[in-house]
Design a protein around this ligand. Structure first.
Ligand code: CP
Length: 282
């Protein structure tokens, strides 16, 4: 089965993945007889998604083939479709694909190998959302009734695409706090400081500079729109800070908060392995 977004997953489906991921995290013995062979096809740079899928597959006793564009015939002009079709002919059990094009999978309808998306353009990032949901569930023992503020470069982020949809569908209130120069007409935005003391989760987003049409000055970004010690003191008791990473230190979040008590950023990365194990297992 393909996993392009979370639109077709019910609350029960999502909890099944999270509960299995938690079992893996707690040391569930893995007796995975399928020994899958998985192709990691990353047409855009990635550290967490690529290598945590790789680690997850290895932990399950599976093997991976890792495509990198710089060592491939893409450099000789081979198209994206033809590259994926080539791997499709190798009879792999799944292809993990990331591409900078929104809905890259629309041109892959002839591909028979199941595709687990590692992110499409500004569209969706389903396994990132699943690991974010796992992190929230571990913290609050629920995935509903929470107040969540997503802060930052909403316009260029694929993480917000999936997270806003799924968090709202599960019954949470989601606020978007985005710098004025990055706001669009598709969403309603609030001021970060107006809701800071009320929210359970502050989910920061990276400034996706590589996707901006023109360069922007980020010298006062942290003061105006980022998390710092002053703002951390205003957070409600028990509230947490998340960021999908990579993060720009001292821009979206100051150094002292990255591994602070309220931060779950590295826990998100840890959970990424277990979520991807559960996704491969299913
Ligand atoms: N969070 C995330 O997708 O990180 P990578 O781009 O390093 O995979």
């Amino acid at each position: 089965m393909n996993l392009f977004n979370l639109d077709n997953l019910s609350r029960e489906d999502i909890m099944e993945v999270i509960n299995l991921a938690i079992e893996f995290k707690e040391g569930k013995e893995v007796d995975f007889k399928q020994k899958k062979l998985i192709g990691n096809l990353f047409f855009e740079p990635s550290t967490r998604t690529h290598y945590s899928f790789d680690v997850a597959a290895n932990r399950l006793g599976c093997k991976t083939i890792n495509y990198t564009e710089e060592n491939s015939s893409s450099l000789k002009g081979e198209t994206f479709y033809d590259t994926v079709k080539t791997f499709d002919m190798y009879n792999l059990d799944a292809l993990v694909i990331r591409h900078s094009k929104d809905r890259y999978y629309d041109e892959l309808t002839n591909i028979k190998t199941p595709i687990l998306s590692g992110g499409d353009g500004k569209g969706d990032h389903p396994t990132q959302s699943l690991l974010d949901l796992m992190t929230i569930y571990e913290e609050f023992n629920t995935l509903e009734g929470l107040n969540i503020m997503i802060v930052g470069d909403v316009t260029h982020s694929r993480v917000v695409g999936t997270n806003k949809k799924i968090l709202e569908r599960l019954g949470n209130k989601v606020y978007l706090a985005t710098p004025e120069f990055l706001q669009d007409e598709n969403n309603e935005y609030i001021n970060l400081d107006d809701k800071l003391s009320e929210v359970d989760v502050i989910m920061l987003l990276r400034n996706q500079l590589e996707r901006h049409a023109k360069s922007i000055d980020l010298s006062d970004y942290n003061e105006k729109y980022g998390m710092n010690t002053k703002r951390a003191k205003q957070m409600k008791n028990g509230a947490i800070i998340m960021h999908p990473a990579p993060f720009n230190r001292n821009i979206e979040i100051t150094d002292d908060l990255v591994e602070g008590n309220n931060s779950r950023i590295f826990k998100q990365m840890e959970n990424g392995v277990y979520i991807r194990m559960a996704v491969i297992y299913n």
